[in-house]
Design a binder for this molecule. Structure first.
Ligand SMILES: [Zn+2]
Length: 122
């Protein structure tokens, strides 16, 4: 399976893997080496999440989001899972379903190795 990794230019800026727009500069040594950091710009990442083929229209089951998360080779699983703790989810046919917006934020936190900011943490 093809995995997504951050794309860092020589001068240390991240490029979106899809549309090649410059996302932002790398802030840390780990980021400059492509070990962590954004893989897609906000728009492309949100497209990927919102257009992902999920069984339920409203969001992702545990299996589905783990499969999506596993496509990102540098995703920090701890940050990803922490961002999903305490969020609202729906129970559909005995399965927890997590909304797209929460998956999107959790992916961003996992990729950038950070916690949700107060502003995002709603
Ligand atoms: Zn893009």
């Amino acid at each position: 399976m093809k995995k997504f990794k951050p794309l860092v230019k020589m001068d240390g800026g991240f490029l979106c893997r899809k549309c090649r727009v410059i996302i932002r500069p790398a802030y840390t040594k780990q980021e400059a080496q492509g070990e962590t950091g954004p893989v897609f710009c906000d728009k492309c990442l949100s497209d990927l999440v919102y257009k992902y083929p999920t069984k339920n229209q409203i969001g992702f089951t545990g299996k589905e989001y783990m499969k999506l998360a596993s496509k990102f080779s540098t995703l920090n699983k701890t940050q990803f899972e922490n961002a999903l703790k305490g969020i609202t989810c729906q129970m559909i046919n005995g399965e927890f379903v997590i909304y797209h917006c929460d998956i999107l934020l959790a992916l961003q936190c996992g990729l950038e190795n950070r916690k949700p900011t107060g502003y995002e943490w709603d």
